[in-house]
Design a protein around this ligand. Structure first.
Ligand code: NAD
Length: 359
């Protein structure tokens, strides 16, 4: 960490790639999952708020804050499914970790890669608690930016090596297959959702479309399956047919947020759901029987971003950040305007020797 308290470390996309590759993506996912699980263990210590969302015709911009009373984190993130047509990401993000004691930022980081990593790590943590222990095959419907991270997190945490991929755009499936070559997967490229889910123990849906879609219909979900529903994460943006929800045991991150944004927006507000932290801490049961259908209705919650920022900060090393001049640092804290004047004098070549004393 930089010794100067007024310098904020900035982790760029390039630095994040160096950090992930230096640690190794699967180890990164496993260790990040450990941070997320540790923070879910102390869930009740967190100041939690449903994210603040600004919706527009084609997408959403969201602010996601969380604090454990010692550290404060927030993420800026968007979701614009049509962006890929213009060569932009559907989801892009950055975030800050700060010291609650003095309010100073401790870290500014890119979070586009980090969001994909933390989403996948959270999905795998949930599946480790909810999927059948013998789960060996995962279908991934939607083979875009999130898909490889999901596959690798499920391999790192659950040992899943058999993948069945489907995307309405075959080039996305080819991209995902090519990117995962060399990671030890047995991959089947499928021509339909129906084909992809055949024999799958886990079904991950990670599609992007701003509508109430039926990516998965009720007849496609057999007994004992765990569904990891990642793509339905906004009002009016869901992936699963409602009948699936009526058959499944549903697990969520933070109920007030998921009621508005998750698959369960299709259900009555009283429909029973269990928060994942309750399963992790043993306060609630997870899978009731081998034949049960479990559903992790993932929307992404601020505590996961907090955990991810914490993990990045703990792994910062020289060469993995840039020192950012983000905080004003006048010689006398109350002489902010004097700092400006001295800069003006310095620029004119007439810097006073010392700042004027404060009375
Ligand atoms: P992306 O645009 O890169 O990929 C989405 C893929 O879904 C595309 O390849 C598209 O062709 C495919 N697709 C669309 N409709 C489909 C359908 N009917 N059947 C099969 N495939 C279909 O998006 P991404 O960054 O991979 O994100 C995927 C989804 O996950 C988005 O909706 C995003 O908002 C969501 N997301 C959720 C979280 C979370 O925490 N839950 C985090 C990040 C992203």
């Amino acid at each position: 960490m930089p010794p100067n308290l007024n310098i904020v470390p900035f982790v760029s996309v390039d630095h994040m790639m160096k950090l992930v590759l230096g640690i190794g993506v699967e180890r990164f996912l496993a260790e990040l999952a450990g941070y997320i699980e540790a923070d879910f263990h102390r869930w009740e210590q967190f100041d939690k708020t449903a994210r603040v969302a600004a919706h527009s015709r084609d997408g959403v911009i969201e602010l996601m804050p969380a604090s454990d009373g010692r550290l404060y984190g927030f993420k800026y993130v968007n979701g614009h499914p049509k962006n890929t047509r213009d060569g932009r990401q559907t989801v892009t993000a950055f975030g800050v970790l700060a010291d609650v004691a003095n309010g100073y930022p401790l870290l500014l980081s890119e979070m586009t890669l980090l969001t994909a990593l933390r989403t996948a790590a959270t999905s795998a943590v949930a599946a480790r608690h909810l999927a059948r222990p013998d789960a060996a095959t995962m279908a991934i419907i939607g083979n875009g930016a999130q898909s490889e991270f999901q596959a690798l997190a499920f391999k790192a945490l659950l040992g899943i090596r058999r993948l069945r991929l489907f995307d309405i755009d075959p080039s996305a499936t080819r991209k995902c297959t090519d990117n995962l070559a060399g990671f030890g997967f047995d991959i089947v490229q499928c021509r339909s959702t129906q084909e992809a889910v055949a024999g799958a123990d886990v079904i991950t849906t990670a599609t992007a479309d701003k509508q109430n879609a039926n990516i998965l219909t009720d007849n496609q979900v057999g007994a004992g399956v765990h569904i990891n529903a990642v793509g339905g994460d906004c009002p009016g943006k869901t992936e699963l047919h409602r009948d699936i929800l009526l058959r499944a045991a549903i697990f969520v991150e933070f109920t007030p947020q998921t009621r508005v944004e998750g698959e369960i927006q299709q259900l009555d507000a009283e429909h029973p759901v269990t928060e994942l932290w309750q399963v992790i801490t043993g306060k609630a049961a997870g899978r009731a029987a081998a034949g049960a259908i479990t559903l992790f209705d993932s929307v992404g919650f601020a505590v996961e971003d907090f955990s991810a920022l914490r993990y990045v900060r703990d792994n910062l090393a020289p060469g993995l950040f840039q020192e950012l001049d983000l905080l004003a640092d006048p010689d006398e804290p109350r002489d902010l305007f004097g700092m400006l004047l001295r800069a003006q004098h310095a620029a004119a070549g007439a810097l006073p020797a010392t700042p004027p004393p404060m009375r």
